[in-house]
Ligand binder design. Structure first.
Ligand code: SF4
Length: 394
């Protein structure tokens, strides 16, 4: 990869912000228009094996709803108005032809809302490859492992149909290597922020990760390298902020202003679960052996413990959150979940209990991707930060 002059964080953020604002996905349309063979496969949050899409020479496109700037008109006719907003704004994106260039759509198994959306997509978009991507609920190799390997093989064959060519084991190995590198850089950005959060603001990290939802992975990796180099040179004052983890925002995304409001209220976000697809797998996926089995094993045994994953009693998830609090040096947890988000809200009591047992403070609130009134969030997060500082000083 050739490297030009080092960009500043502001220049990188300008590019990320314009990608974030562009609900017509112009960058992806341009990528596709460069060659008639190019295909785009969209995916909803939370996790899909992007390696398989990339191995077919196609571009994975994260579809994360319409955010706070899209007016939902048609989408409201498809779903009850009280549920989360992401299915409705995603329908709106489709009906207004903003996703008309997308050749396939993957709907990861996360909740009934997404399951229903995959069915609607089939009806709305005849001719587009649609797959409800199921994942195991059992993590034993001979049960869930075998099931999931078969799912991955079926997905691979479906993607071959869209790509118009075979996807070989070596294609997948090459893509795994590319995504291993991307995950390492994502983890480096997160570790850098946890170590020096005054140098790396969370809304910048957020925008940087959002860019990874629309850019080719190689370009995103280069962007993160440039950002890390630029951020290391930034001189921002260290504040006496409270260090928090934001938890529960893995599907419908909070408005960018919510992240800024939490920061402005005196909190450094030192970990989060936004866009978990970038960090779902915790380690490098091995390149030797059967690459599909390796992806399956990574999901089963080396993946994040989150509310987006099935676990009967929540013990592992509680421990995972507490370990994250310790590892990141966090002083508290902010549970921030989309309204009506069953997976996040049903796990919250179990996670809150686990935190209480360890005397780790937390607060909780809900949002929608288009929440506009940030004053209550600022007040709540600010009071939380103040109270932690007072308790820890006592
Ligand atoms: S926000 Fe929650 S309830 Fe809504 S689609 Fe996503 S996971 Fe399902």
């Amino acid at each position: 990869m050739t490297k030009g002059p080092v960009e500043t964080t502001a220049e990188i953020m300008d590019r990320c912000q314009s990608l974030f604002d562009d609900l017509d996905f112009t960058a992806v349309r341009e990528w596709k228009a460069a060659s008639p063979e190019r295909k785009v496969i969209g995916y909803m949050p939370v996790y899909v094996p992007r390696e398989l899409i990339h191995a077919g020479g196609m571009l994975p496109l994260g579809v994360l709803g319409g955010g706070d700037s899209l007016e939902v008109i048609h989408g409201d006719a498809y779903y009850q108005s009280y549920i989360c907003r992401i299915p409705r704004s995603t329908i709106e994106l489709a009906i207004t032809k903003r996703l008309d260039f997308v050749d396939g759509m993957l709907f990861p198994s996360i909740c009934d809302v997404i399951r229903n959306l995959s069915g609607m997509w089939k009806l709305m978009m005849p001719g587009v490859y649609v797959r409800y991507f199921d994942v195991p609920q059992n993590y034993r190799d001979e049960l869930g492992g075998e099931y999931y390997t078969n799912e991955l093989q079926e997905l691979r064959h479906g993607l071959e149909e869209v790509a118009g060519r075979k996807i070989s084991d070596d294609d997948i190995r090459r893509s795994i290597a590319v995504y291993n590198e991307n995950r390492r850089l994502v983890n480096e950005v997160y570790a850098f922020r946890a170590k020096t959060p005054w140098k790396v603001t969370s809304h910048e990290v957020y925008l940087l990760m959002r860019a990874g939802m629309v850019l080719p992975v190689e370009e995103h990796s280069q962007m993160m390298q440039d950002y890390l180099a630029a951020a290391a040179a930034v001189d921002r004052p260290m504040r006496d902020n409270c260090r928090v983890i934001v938890q529960g925002s893995f599907c419908e995304q909070p408005p960018l202003n919510l992240i800024k409001s939490v920061e402005m209220s005196g909190c450094y976000i030192v970990d989060d679960d936004f866009m978990l697809v970038t960090r779902w797998l915790l380690d490098d996926v091995p390149l030797e052996g059967d690459p599909v089995v390796n992806l399956s094993q990574a999901f089963l045994h080396h993946s994040t413990e989150t509310a987006a994953k099935y676990e009967p009693d929540g013990a592992r998830k509680g421990k995972y959150l507490i370990d994250a609090v310790r590892d990141r040096g966090a002083e508290g947890v902010i549970f921030a979940a989309p309204s009506f988000c069953d997976p996040a809200l049903l796990d919250r009591p179990m996670l809150a209990r686990a935190l209480s047992r360890e005397n780790i403070p937390y607060i909780a609130f809900k949002y929608a991707e288009n929440s506009g009134q940030m004053q209550p969030i600022r007040e709540q997060a600010g009071t939380f930060a103040d109270s932690i500082k007072l308790w820890s000083a006592a």
